[in-house]
Design a protein around this ligand. Structure first.
Ligand code: ADP
Length: 265
């Protein structure tokens, strides 16, 4: 049955009898592939016009002499929205790549402590205007076998979310450690928290726990979907603990088979 896709379901009756049901899911599989291709193509096609638009807007904003203040304000708004659209297209393209070619690149040893130092620096810059504290606790030399850019996207999405969804003067703790069962990356915050009813759907594309609050923070709604796909690619899992008004903790658990140790010099 070359080219066809099947799904099997086996039920055991008593000691010796088994019932096997075979589903032909070829049509479903093809439709899903069409959806993925469509999203990837649209995102790719949107890239060029957006780059041109942003380029012209930047040029105009760089030479504001002679432009009326109200037009300058309008140009500023347009530039902000173009940046937002750019982020959305980039996230859609990343998600398409993760879905379509999950194993297209060779994994290598990723120095997570080094990666987290950079992410921490970026988070400090983002948190400074909100007077938030961002701490980093990191097991030295604890590395992962994986795809560096994808891990950076996943970890940085979780840290950025914590900063975004925690009010002024909040505390965000980033940790990276290991035990005999695996390696763990966690981000805790004492921010807004998420109602339990949303938790199981949070990693779906564009799912938001609170539409009004999330739109105001300017996210794309794709961050946690990206996190989920990157973790799947690394055979890792995501646990979310959260309580409204008290804060959230996102934990990524990696298997011992993906852990590597850096020899300290
Ligand atoms: P967004 O771009 O909207 O942040 P994400 O996929 O990254 O999209 O997150 C999905 C939703 O999960 C967010 O809209 C927000 O409602 C909720 N969320 C994510 N992280 C946190 C957090 N640390 N605290 C509270 N809510 C969060």
């Amino acid at each position: 049955h070359a080219g066809r896709q099947f799904q099997f379901e086996i039920t055991q009756f008593g000691d010796n009898d088994r019932l096997m049901i075979v589903y032909d899911i070829t049509r479903l599989h093809n439709l899903e592939q069409m959806r993925k291709d469509f999203v990837a193509n649209v995102s790719h096609e949107l890239r060029t016009p957006l780059t041109v638009l942003s380029g012209y807007l930047e040029t105009l904003l760089d030479q504001p002499e002679g432009i009326e203040p109200r037009w300058l304000r309008a140009l500023g708004q347009m530039s902000q929205q173009a940046t937002r659209m750019n982020n959305l297209v980039n996230d859609l393209l990343l998600l398409s790549r993760l879905e379509n070619q999950p194993e297209d690149r060779e994994p290598s040893t990723v120095s997570v402590p080094k990666l987290l130092k950079q992410i921490h620096q970026d988070a400090l810059a983002l948190a400074a205007p909100k007077q938030q504290t961002v701490t980093l606790e990191c097991e030295p030399g604890l590395c992962l076998l994986g795809i560096e850019n994808d891990l950076r996207s996943a970890f940085s999405n979780l840290v950025t979310n914590a900063v975004k969804y925690t009010p002024n003067a909040g505390i965000i703790a980033v940790r990276w450690w290991s035990d005999s069962k695996g390696a763990y990356f966690s981000v805790s915050d004492n921010g807004l928290g998420i109602d339990e009813i949303h938790l199981s759907r949070l990693t779906e594309r564009f799912y938001r726990a609170d539409a009004a609050r999330s739109t105001a923070t300017g996210g794309t709604g794709l961050g946690l979907a990206i996190v989920k796909h990157v973790l799947m690619q690394h055979k890792a899992t995501l646990d979310i603990h959260s309580e409204i008004g008290r804060g959230s903790r996102f934990t990524c658990s990696f298997m011992p088979s993906h852990i590597e140790r850096e020899l300290e010099s």
